[in-house]
Design a protein around this ligand. Sequence first.
Ligand code: ADP
Ligand code: ADP
Ligand code: ZN
Length: 214
Amino acid sequence: MKIIMLGAPGAGKGTQAKLIADKYGIPHISTGDIFRANIKNGTALGMEAKSYMDQGLLVPDELTVKILLDRVAQEDCKKGYVLDGFPRTIPQAEVLDQELVKLHDQIDHAIDVDVPDENIIRRMGGRRACVSCGATYHIEYIKPHKEGICDECGQELVLRDDDKPETVGKRLDVYHEQTQPLIDFYDRKGILKTVDGTQDMQDVFDAIVAILEQ
Ligand code: ADP
Ligand code: ADP
Ligand code: ZN
């Protein structure tokens, strides 16, 4: 099962991708998490990605595509995967398609987690991310058991630099310009499914499971 999560930054793609990955035993692949791990480890790739991420801009396609293709070529991806935050541009989607065609393979579902911009601002402002494992929480909506501490690994939760209000507006503009056109792209391929992302986390997940199992 190969799944793409679409939706604005902060729509809940990562939260749902993790639930899907756990339920179906497939890897959750987030290009944002891969970039953040590289930043944390001080790699050249991390430094380059950071210069774009801090401005709320997309990392260039060439760099992003290479990382993603390397990741999906790994053994654990044979049984499927859920992509979270990739593709984010039409050229990225086209390269992914071409690679899959070579393997006589295809994406099964593109799931758009639909959340209006007004809700997005509140979600990103309240998001807290684990410095170690990338799990995300929300200060009002999805609280960890112990404030400021990750349930999964016990490490510290932080406000991401790019979730500060000055960057959020830019990221939403970039989303509308460069990423939203992917909704039509996958609709034309007949694999687009839309879920109402303003519902509670569990209700969104139930709607997704219903799509995957219909
Ligand atoms: P969010 O979950 O809020 O949408 P991500 O963790 O997916 O954020 O991405 C954080 C940042 O990493 C993006 O704003 C962008 O700079 C960069 N990034 C992640 N995925 C991609 C991608 N597929 N193409 C280009 N840039 C990306
Ligand atoms: P994305 O990966 O699309 O950027 P996240 O999954 O990180 O989004 O979610 C953004 C923020 O909203 C996080 O703080 C997360 O805990 C919270 N969140 C996710 N899903 C919901 C939901 N259904 N209702 C309320 N808050 C949510
Ligand atoms: Zn953690």
